[in-house]
Design a binder for this molecule. Structure first.
Ligand SMILES: Nc1ncnc2c1ncn2[C@@H]1O[C@H](COP(=O)(O)OP(=O)(O)OP(=O)(O)O)[C@@H](O)[C@H]1O
Ligand SMILES: [Mg+2]
Length: 452
């Protein structure tokens, strides 16, 4: 580091300077305040300033001020006699790093200087990390397959308009990132992005959670409560698993979409709402309409702009690009360069039932374990890709005619996976959801379904 020492006692100044040079730092010195300040004004490159508090011509407090104004990241250590510790505390308040009391010993300084050195390294690493995160966050969605390019084009058109959007796609295909991207590219980007998953909220609370309530609206409604819709005012409300939106509340949602206003539960005053609604679903909503489980009028309102996210197996050309992105996102460029040649082909040979999320989890696992061979084992029978669950295991070697239907088979597998996760986590839903990397609400609704 580059260190400036401002000290009027010749011996102290010289000893300190020698000490720090021996430690590998470069030093400059000044014997009085004025000279120190001049050096600081000429050169903003000092990392540390050590200054005595009592100095001829301008005191240590003024040196501190000059150091901070030349370079806010410069750390200042003040030297003080016992009698003036109060001034030293004053200096800390003005941004000094620490103070050292006389008599001085080399240890006192070395510890401080080493701490500052370590602190600066962490700070610069943090800054680099933050910059990289910003770059990644701002990267539009990855994927240059024809479908994804088409989707990106539609998104660009859709984002600037206020249309309601319905995103359809299997689990892990990127519905939520799509919604966030739409928000970021819209005129609402400085407003809030609020996500709600109806399946995650107990049905009895849902109405007041969504629409808010007035004080005394029902027993237990202590004060006024602001619901999700109101919190998203001026921005975007992302309704995940919108197929779970209870039938009796669908009318209210329809009204909001049509009239852009609503009432809190127990309220008489209508509240104007400027919210863009983006819904997401994994199921075929049209089929639900046919089965009278979803209102047809609401379906058409939501369906104004449908966006379909294709499963990863239908756009395998995106796999290498996505995988590379996930390595880079975690700063694992080195490992990326050392991957076996067949690595990406092996990834492409696999079917990815859990889509992009499963791919991301796999890359995370490869980074954590350094085991790049996982990709080769993906398509091998008896593969273990989910920490104990054989996701790619074919039905046991039975005669073809004795296979259960696809639906039954998948249901059974799902049940096994869910009970495994519950067992692992002592039946804690949140932890089981985290283990399976599923939203908690999705897990709840799956468990609900398997109960019957
Ligand atoms: N095109 C993409 N580019 C970069 N990352 C993506 C892309 N698509 C998905 N991901 C990543 O994959 C993971 C899953 O995406 P997301 O949560 O949006 O999926 P989803 O469709 O909402 O899943 P679910 O239905 O299970 O809620 C996220 O970590 C997301 O960042
Ligand atoms: Mg989601």
């Amino acid at each position: 580091m580059k260190i400036l020492i401002v000290e009027d006692e010749n011996i102290t100044r010289k000893t300190l300077s020698d000490l720090l040079r021996k430690e590998g730092h470069s030093t400059e010195t000044a014997a009085e305040g004025e000279a120190g300040i001049r050096l600081l004004q000429q050169d903003a490159g000092f990392d540390v300033v050590i200054t005595d508090l009592r100095l001829p011509r301008r005191d240590g407090m003024q040196v501190l001020k000059a150091a901070k104004s030349a370079n806010p990241d410069c750390e200042v250590i003040v030297i003080t006699a016992y009698a003036s510790v109060e001034t030293a505390v004053q200096a800390l308040k003005q941004g000094a790093y620490d103070y050292v009391t006389k008599p001085l010993t080399p240890e006192k300084f070395l510890i401080l200087i080493r701490n500052i050195d370590g602190f600066r390294k962490v700070r610069s690493e943090n800054e680099q990390l933050k910059k990289r995160l910003d770059e990644i966050e701002n990267k539009p969605m990855i994927g240059s397959s024809p479908v994804m390019r088409k989707l990106a084009e539609t998104m660009r058109n859709v984002a600037v308009h206020d249309y309601t959007v319905l995103i359809q796609g299997e689990s892990g295909t990127g519905k939520e990132v799509t919604a966030k991207t739409l928000h970021r590219f819209s005129r609402r980007s400085s407003g809030p992005f609020v996500a709600v998953n109806c399946a995650a909220i107990p049905e009895t609370l849902l109405e007041s959670e969504l629409f808010g309530h007035e004080e005394g609206a029902f027993s237990g409604a202590a004060g006024r409560h602001t619901g999700y819709f109101e919190r998203a005012n001026g921005g975007t409300l992302f309704i995940d698993d919108i197929d779970d939106f209870p039938l009796h509340l669908q009318v209210k949602l329809l009204r909001i979409l049509q009239e852009r206003q609503f009432y809190r539960v127990g309220g008489t005053e209508s509240i104007a709402l400027d919210v863009r609604i983006i819904g997401a679903t994994k199921v075929d909503l049209q089929q639900m309409v046919k089965e009278k489980k979803f209102r047809e009028d609401l379906y058409y309102r939501l369906h104004i702009i449908p966006l379909r996210l294709p499963p990863l197996r239908e756009r395998k050309e995106d796999i290498p690009e996505l995988a590379q992105h996930f390595f880079e996102k975690r700063g694992a460029e080195l490992l990326l360069r050392e991957l076996p040649e067949a690595f990406f082909d092996q990834l492409c040979d696999y079917n990815w039932p859990g889509n992009v999320r499963q791919l991301e989890n796999l890359i995370e696992r490869i980074i954590a374990t350094g085991d790049t061979g996982i990709a080769a084992r993906l398509t091998a029978p008896e593969t273990d890709t989910a920490g104990g669950i054989a996701l790619n295991q074919p039905p046991h070697k039975k005669a073809a005619e004795s296979y259960p239907s696809y639906e039954t088979y998948m249901n059974e597998r799902e049940k096994e996976i869910l009970s495994w996760a519950l067992e692992q986590t002592g039946h804690n839903i949140s932890r089981a959801a985290a283990l399976l990397d599923l939203p908690r609400g999705t897990l709840r609704s799956k468990l609900e379904r398997h109960k019957n």
